[in-house]
Design a protein around this ligand. Sequence first.
Ligand code: ZN
Length: 134
Amino acid sequence: MQNPTLSASDPIEAHCTKCRKNTDHIIITMGEETPAKVQCQDCKRQHKYRPPKTPRSTAQLRAAHQQEDERKEWKTLEPSMDSAKATSYSMTAAYKVGSLINHPVFGLGSVQRLAGLRKIEVLFEDGKKTMRCK
Ligand SMILES: [Zn+2]
């Protein structure tokens, strides 16, 4: 989702290929949703808008994609989940793959895999979470 309230002359962080880093830019012209042309405040060069590149935002992007995939997975699984069979989550209980649990915060979840010693990976509506177990 892009910010629809941006307009020309607004400051924005963007990637500058001349400075080879993210710098403060001013929007020169707006496209439909994203800035079309921006001016780098470091080198004063005007260029096409490029979103800021940072390892952090890449990681966030990847996490967002992953969560989207997990939500799709949840939607596929949900019809086959019998919430009446779910047990309240407890970190002192033992679980196996396919167990259904009810978590006070995350809601209904399906155990996807055993994620190591005393850990299970559970798919909730919000995505996968690693939980403690017996
Ligand atoms: Zn620049």
